[in-house]
Design a protein around this ligand. Sequence first.
Ligand code: IPM
Ligand code: MG
Length: 364
Amino acid sequence: MKTYRVAVLPGDGIGPEVMEEALRVLDAVECKYGFRTERTACHVGGAGIDHCGKALPAETLAACEAAEAILFGSVGGPKWDALPPDERPERGALLPLRRHFGLYANLRPGVCLPELTAASPLKENLISGGFDILCIRELTGGMYFGEPKFYGERDGEVVALDTLVYHRYEVERIAHIAFKAAMGRSGRLCSVDKANVLTSSVMWRDVFNELAPQYPEVQLSHMYVDNAAMQLARKPGQFDVLVTENTFGDILTDEMAIICGSLGMLPSASLCVREGNTFGLYEPSGGSAPDIAGQGIANPIAQILSMGMMLRYSFGETAAADAVDAAVRKAIAQGMRTRDLYTAAAGESLVSTRGMGDAVIAAL
Ligand code: IPM
Ligand code: MG
């Protein structure tokens, strides 16, 4: 039987409890679609600090190296907030993993299901029928990793400096991902930049325009990031595939997440090519939500859908991945609602983390 190696990193806060549901759904999917996963569980984030003294312990990194995909929960919490920024769970685990594996393509689907428009902070008349956006964020370039970085004194003045730098090859490879993603959807691709101010954005736009003729089916447009932020809040349904650089993507994807209704619904994939295969880190877009951890009320759907993205992108198990997506939609259509989604409307049933996992498994 086909067997895939997965490094399982539940992390902190609600991470472990939502991960448990995703793994139960994975058990059910494996059974139905005839493959297996070999799972290695490891500490990461605050759990890594507590057990091994580091947010990304060496043995965790080694397990990720040996795996074909990383299924990640979430990291961070008040317990570790006093640590220096570089050692905190978020920066000490996620950024090194992204850098180590070169996970340059971050796929963040922003789907607002028609049944969940009431959970969105946007007025219902702006989003009736829901919407479905795919945001592609460049994840290993730009200001996050650009050198030099500096904070100190220069000529008697205190100065802090980050560097926003892109190499042409970095823009080209994310552009190809974005064009291909658009071809698999409606064909509409909107590239977001700040080419009226930033030189790196001028190159970004040049590269997209130069590659566009290779994808005649794709209708490419450009938008400045400030306008994109506004348009997302005004009429999100106008977008299909968005693509943007690292920092803009960080900001826009949080906005996209909240207009979808609940952070608990949104998966993500951070991808690279490794030994000819698509290697990835798959994680929910929401955080560790320490305030509700351990109560069995967190929404496990983002973790379940992230597992589904792993099946799709790293393992090529398309039918199984489609089945996971369909099962989640069915559970929602049946009225299953964790607390974050519950509006007490007719037909809704308030369920626990486990209850939502059960509903998805039943729908499978
Ligand atoms: C994200 C997060 C991270 C980022 C943080 C935790 C380093 O906000 O994945 O969007 O800024 O990329
Ligand atoms: Mg972010």
